[in-house]
Design a protein around this ligand. Structure first.
Ligand SMILES: Nc1ncnc2c1ncn2[C@@H]1O[C@H](COP(=O)(O)OP(=O)(O)O)[C@@H](O)[C@H]1O
Ligand SMILES: CC(=O)N[C@@H](CCC(=O)OP(=O)(O)O)C(=O)O
Length: 267
């Protein structure tokens, strides 16, 4: 029996999973600020990153057009090459190098590494998303061994189909699916860190942060249009994670990493 298994038998240890995306990843100063605060968090932790804007910028440099549908990137063969390079390479390794500089022993992984997360190519219904994956299996056993050795997993928004192809997956989904899988072993707090201070009652007023949110209120605010765009899948992912065993989900900005922002309430 490993030390980690022994501890689980006594009581579940806390694990913080921080997902960072949007502008925060793209701007060097905000990323450095975020990583500094992440490194100061106590206890076991995992970082999940996005980087959609960096992929769009790189695609543009290569003359490849970006097309998003309902917040998801249409990923044809050449876009798959771009996202594999940008998420699995540039963004991921830049974060790992910065965490190493901060004294954290980080390792960057896609779902193909250690086969920790497997997906299937999204079936074509009305829209063909191309090489976009829907998660079918998550196995965090090897990641648990890394955590036990004080290694910090840094998870990129990429999975694979176990038949040789990488697949593009939204970073919020990677964070939620990893959080659910880790919940079997840990008391998981999932923190979505982005550019606003939380879920806003009025998306244009940064001071209108809701300190807590139920599913019912979310659906009401969605209907009135106060919650829209990328915030809808983020909240759907978040409530789904709570339903499947994640202890706490918070949506916040960089200074709110430890506390603050919007806490989601189970019904
Ligand atoms: N009520 C709301 N509160 C906060 N953000 C909102 C709200 N409604 C819509 N949004 C938009 O949702 C975006 C976050 O979604 P998304 O861009 O997918 O996240 P990320 O920055 O993590 O990639 C915000 O930048 C904001 O423009
Ligand atoms: C399928 C799909 O849409 N994947 C996303 C993955 C990156 C991401 O989610 O980045 P942010 O968190 O910074 O938005 C994309 O390619 O844009």
């Amino acid at each position: 029996m490993t030390a980690l298994m022994k501890r689980e038998l006594m009581s579940k240890q806390k694990l913080t999973i921080v997902k960072v995306g949007g502008k925060v990843v793209e701007e060097a100063a905000s990323l450095a600020d975020l990583l500094g605060r992440f490194s100061a968090l106590d206890g076991l932790k995992v970082l999940v990153h996005g980087g959609g804007r960096s992929a769009t910028a790189m695609a543009e440099r290569l003359g490849i057009e970006t097309q998003m549908v309902e917040g998801r990137r249409i990923t044809d063969q050449s876009m798959l090459e771009v996202v594999t390079m940008v998420y699995g390479g540039l963004v991921n390794k830049n974060i790992v190098a910065q965490l190493q500089a901060l004294g954290l022993n980080a390792i960057g992984l896609t779902g193909a590494d250690l086969n920790y997360m497997q997906a299937v190519k999204r079936p074509v219904k009305t829209i063909d998303y191309g090489f976009v994956g829907d998660i079918v299996q998550v196995n965090v056993d090897e990641l648990n061994l890394l955590l036990e050795k004080q290694v910090i997993p840094v998870l990129a928004p990429l999975s694979h189909d176990k038949q040789g192809s990488m697949l593009n997956v939204n970073a919020d989904t990677i964070a939620a699916e990893a959080a659910v899988a880790f919940s079997e072993h840990f008391e998981v707090e999932l923190v979505y860190c982005f550019e606003k201070s939380g879920v806003l009652e009025d998306a244009d007023d940064d001071a209108s942060v809701l300190s807590s949110l139920t599913y019912e209120t979310f659906k009401g605010l969605q209907e009135s249009g106060a919650i829209h765009a990328g915030m809808i899948p983020k909240l759907d992912n978040s409530f789904n994670a709570i339903k499947r065993g994640v202890s706490t989900v918070r949506i916040t900005n960089i200074p709110g990493l430890q506390e603050g922002g919007t806490s989601l309430l189970a019904e």
